[in-house]
Design a protein around this ligand. Structure first.
Ligand SMILES: Cc1cc2nc3c(=O)[nH]c(=O)nc-3n(C[C@H](O)[C@H](O)[C@H](O)COP(=O)(O)O)c2cc1C
Length: 194
C-alpha cells in the first residue's frame, strides 16, 4: 500500500489487442482518477511475461513484478473484454498469480467491454473473483456494450458512458482505503428511543 497522502490507482488491462477498447476505457477512467489527485498506472499485461499459471511455478516470468505493482496500489481497476460470456484469460492468468497479499481489503473497480450486448456476466464473474480475494468491490461498475461503435479516436463518444467511466475513476480515489472506515457502530449501541 502507498504511504503518501495521494492515492495510487493501478489498472490491469485484460486485452492484448492493438487498439483495445478496454485499454482506451481504462485510460479514460485513470484520467478521471488523476483529476481527483491520484497517481495512476495502467499495467499492460502484454508487456509482462506471465505464462499460464502453474501452481508449481508461482514466481514464473514477471509474476513478482506484477504482484509488487498491485501491492503498491491503494485501489485496483480491473478491465477486460467479454470473451465467451466471461472475462479474458489474460486477466485470469494475472489474477491467479495474485492472492490475498495483493487484494485483501483493497478497493477494486470493474470495467467490462463487449462487442455485442450488455456484458453483465463478465462483471458478475469478476465481482465473484474479487470477493474470493477479500477485496472491497465498488458498487458502481462500468459496462460498455457494442464497443466497436462506442469509441472515436480512443475516446468514448456516449455522454452517459463517459459519465459512468468518470464516476468510476472518482470512486476509486474516494473509496481507496475504504476498509478503514466508516467507524463500526455496534448494533447494541444504536438507540431508537425518542
Ligand atoms: C475470443 C472472443 C470471444 C468473444 N466473446 C464475446 C461475447 O461472448 N460477447 C460479446 O458481446 N463479445 C464477445 N467478443 C467481442 C469482444 O468482447 C469485443 O471485440 C471487445 O471490444 C474486445 O475488447 P478489446 O477491444 O479491448 O480487445 C469476443 C471476442 C473474442 C476475441
Amino acid at each position: 500500500m502507498n504511504v503518501t497522502d495521494s492515492k495510487h490507482v493501478v489498472a490491469l488491462c485484460g486485452s492484448q489487442r492493438d487498439g483495445s477498447h478496454t485499454r482506451s476505457a481504462l485510460e479514460q477512467t485513470l484520467t478521471a482518477a488523476e483529476t481527483r489527485g491520484a497517481t495512476t498506472e495502467l499495467l499492460d499485461l502484454t508487456e509482462l511475461d506471465l505464462p499460464v499459471f502453474d501452481p508449481d511455478q508461482t514466481d514464473a516470468g514477471d509474476a513478482e513484478t506484477l504482484r509488487q505493482r498491485v501491492q503498491d496500489a491503494d485501489a485496483v481497476l480491473l478491465g477486460t473484454p467479454m470473451y465467451h460470456g466471461s472475462y479474458s484469460s489474460t486477466l485470469k492468468t494475472a489474477l491467479d498469480y495474485c492472492g490475498f497479499d495483493e487484494f485483501e481489503e483493497t478497493t477494486v473497480g470493474l470495467l467490462v467491454v463487449s462487442g455485442g450486448g450488455f456484458p453483465t456476466p463478465a462483471l458478475e464473474h469478476l465481482r465473484s473473483v474479487a470477493r474470493a480475494l477479500d477485496a472491497w468491490v465498488l458498487p458502481h461498475q462500468v459496462a460498455i456494450p457494442n464497443a466497436h461503435d462506442a469509441f472515436e479516436g480512443g475516446q468514448l463518444t456516449d455522454e452517459s458512458l463517459l459519465d459512468r467511466v468518470e464516476t468510476l475513476g472518482t470512486d476509486l480515489v474516494e473509496y481507496a482505503g475504504v476498509e478503514s472506515y466508516p467507524e463500526a457502530v455496534p448494533a447494541c449501541t444504536v438507540s431508537t428511543a425518542d
